[in-house]
Design a protein around this ligand. Structure first.
Ligand code: AMP
Ligand code: ZN
Length: 116
């Protein structure tokens, strides 16, 4: 898929509405439209990368900024102390639906392990 047709790229370009909660250092985060927990935020880079397997050596700042955004957003969302889970789905077995690398930040309830 080209970035022009990518739903998350369209959110970044504000062509598709989303509840954006964070924009900093090339990272954008917004509320998931189908939340699986009281807090469910999608965190993406402005750069279109399809999946974590496609990260290259030159993307190390981008990868770090994704993680740093996650911890800031967890604090802002009030789940830093109670706890939260970060998820990256990659390809078919993980059920990746949107091929623009993203972190799910989930919180506000207790999660089980192992995941389903
Ligand atoms: P994944 O299975 O990891 O690819 O997850 C994709 C996530 O993106 C799902 O949780 C969807 O609910 C969410 N999603 C897809 N389209 C949108 C959208 N337009 N706005 C907000 N969240 C979306
Ligand atoms: Zn994209």
């Amino acid at each position: 898929m080209t970035s022009g047709a990518c739903i998350f790229c369209r959110i970044i370009k504000k062509e598709v509405p989303a509840r954006i909660v964070f924009e900093e250092d090339g990272i954008v985060a917004f509320e998931d439209m189908n939340p699986q927990a009281p807090v469910h935020i999608i965190i993406i880079s402005e750069k279109h990368i399809e999946k974590i397997s496609d990260l290259a050596g030159g993307d190390s700042d981008l990868a770090a900024n994704l993680m740093l955004a996650a911890k800031k957003i967890a604090k802002k969302s009030g789940v830093e102390e109670s706890g939260y889970r970060l998820v990256i789905n990659c390809n078919r077995d993980a059920g990746q639906q949107v091929f623009h690398l993203h972190l799910h930040l989930l919180g506000g309830r207790k999660f089980t392990w192992p995941p389903g």
